[in-house]
Ligand binder design. Sequence first.
Ligand SMILES: NC(=O)c1ccc[n+]([C@@H]2O[C@H](COP(=O)([O-])OP(=O)(O)OC[C@H]3O[C@@H](n4cnc5c(N)ncnc54)[C@H](OP(=O)(O)O)[C@@H]3O)[C@@H](O)[C@H]2O)c1
Length: 285
Amino acid sequence: MNRKTILITGANSGLGFEAAKQLAKQGHEIILLCRNKEKGEIAVSEIKSYSNNQNIHLYTANLASQKSIEAVAQQIKKDISKLDVLLNNAGGVFNNFQLSEDGIEMTIANNHFNYFWLTYYLFDLLKNGKDARIINVASDSHYSAKKNDIESFYQKKGKYFVLSAYEQSKLANVLFTYTLAEKANPYNITVNALHPGFVYTPIGEKNGNKFFGMVWSAASKLFGLSVEKGARSHIYLASSDEVKDISGKYFHNCKAKKSSSISYDKNLQAMLWNESERKSGFTFL
Ligand SMILES: NC(=O)c1ccc[n+]([C@@H]2O[C@H](COP(=O)([O-])OP(=O)(O)OC[C@H]3O[C@@H](n4cnc5c(N)ncnc54)[C@H](OP(=O)(O)O)[C@@H]3O)[C@@H](O)[C@H]2O)c1
């Protein structure tokens, strides 16, 4: 087996935790990047005992903060010299309009700028990796997004609606994937996005009102997939040789499928990329 170094964000809960467990069991070195140290340590200990793999490491950061991501990336770069897989998985749903510490609406900060910043700050490690891969966890909810409205990244426009904000952020994941896939091609780094399915996890119970959380939990418990099923594409894209050379695709159930028609819009892709660079204050590729 070709042992990889795999970094997974949001690896203490839901899909990220399941992917970390299974990839650890395959024998890979796993780096968990989590928000909360205590939750992360519990996850590390459970993953070690489940997989019998001691090569499991924990870092913490607030992935909705550029400063926090830059700081943790610097720390990681001191400790390791290469990364084979970056699995951008951490995400959330925000029931109310709020701005992050960078002045960005929380959903787009936490779900898009998170991936953009972490990938930028760790890109040198990926360049040193073997057949390196970047995987962005998106969602089929992106099909409902009609556009990326840049103004709404920074200000409340009309009534804030939790699902519209989430759909827009997940469209951003797909747009980012397609642009990055082209830009990362000269470095032999592949970039793909995935939809895990509708999966029973606590995602809807965080950051919001109790009612939304209860509805989410009840619906996903009744109709959702198990995390074991939901994390299959995470594991497949991170570890399978079948996708070693595949890049710029959107996966569901371990198969590439078409994403929304506007996600292929080059102008929209460029607009998101340029705005992400502008707001971040750096040029990325
Ligand atoms: N569940 C579904 O049906 C579904 C469907 C489509 C796509 N997805 C996507 O799947 C991914 C994983 O979600 P999940 O369902 O597994 O939810 P989850 O169980 O809530 O896991 C999300 C993970 O991300 C972490 N996280 C969120 N914001 C963070 C931040 N600012 N800094 C650091 N860590 C942060 C969470 O940390 P804490 O534990 O500390 O909160 C948690 O570990 C997300 O990108 C989501 O959009 C899920």
